[in-house]
Design a protein around this ligand. Sequence first.
Ligand SMILES: O=C(O)c1cc(=O)[nH]c(=O)n1[C@@H]1O[C@H](COP(=O)(O)O)[C@@H](O)[C@H]1O
Length: 272
Amino acid sequence: MKEQDLVAQIRKKQSFLCIGLDVDLEKIPPHLLQKEDPIFSFNKAIIDATHDLAVAYKPNTAFYEAYGLKGWRALEKTINYLNTNHPNIFTIADAKRGDIGNTSTRYAKAFYETMAFDSITVAPYMGKDSVEPFLEFEDKHAILLALTSNHGAYDFQTKQVEGTQLYKEVLKTSTTWKNADRLMYVVGATKAEYLKEIRHIIPNNFLLVPGVGAQGGSLKEVCTYGLNDHVGLLINSSRGILYASNGEDFAEAARTKAEALQQEMKDILSKA
Ligand SMILES: O=C(O)c1cc(=O)[nH]c(=O)n1[C@@H]1O[C@H](COP(=O)(O)O)[C@@H](O)[C@H]1O
């Protein structure tokens, strides 16, 4: 998907909400466990109930890999369902990959071609030749981990290395890589106070911002410095939406949670 088409969807829906499809069979409504494919049934119900409120969906592959073949099948059915029924929705394979060049190329093919996602999350630790293979595909985007939402982010990412914090070095250096205009970055909502400096280094790139809801990040704080003139933000919520109820009304309850976030986004966009 072209970035300009994503921006058009954001303007049309007045939403920059990304719904994380992190399916946990221990948390989904028990009545779905009787279905032939509980994971896909759950995703389909969530997508059907929320697709007009969200511009992106982000299945975290760990939640599918954990169930082996049936998990992969459900992931494949989910991406095919989205691409067939909602081709204007941006899709993110949250797989956090990155390896030596020829291996990264295979990961890119797995998630851009075999599964036809628009983007994949990528770890920057192995450097340029591990990330550039993800940038070779037209209209596909690598979303580089920059400053993550978890506490461990302070172990390495904010450490001083040769006079600068490591995450800033990741931001600056990655902008020099081939096809860097296809890069987006992950910044945790719990790190909103860093966004002013981050926007200084990368004013134009989209940011995927997880950590609102269950992890305690604030949408308003993220928007203060995170927004740019083409919005430039995708705010992810997973558990806060998916598990609003585990009764028969789970999809309706998820919609109510998504709607509250979308309303907040609409207000923010009207004042921006
Ligand atoms: O890359 C991510 O999406 C990600 C990066 C990060 O720094 N923090 C983070 O929570 N995530 C993912 O975003 C989702 C957050 O889920 P909730 O906390 O349930 O909304 C999970 O799939 C995480 O793996």
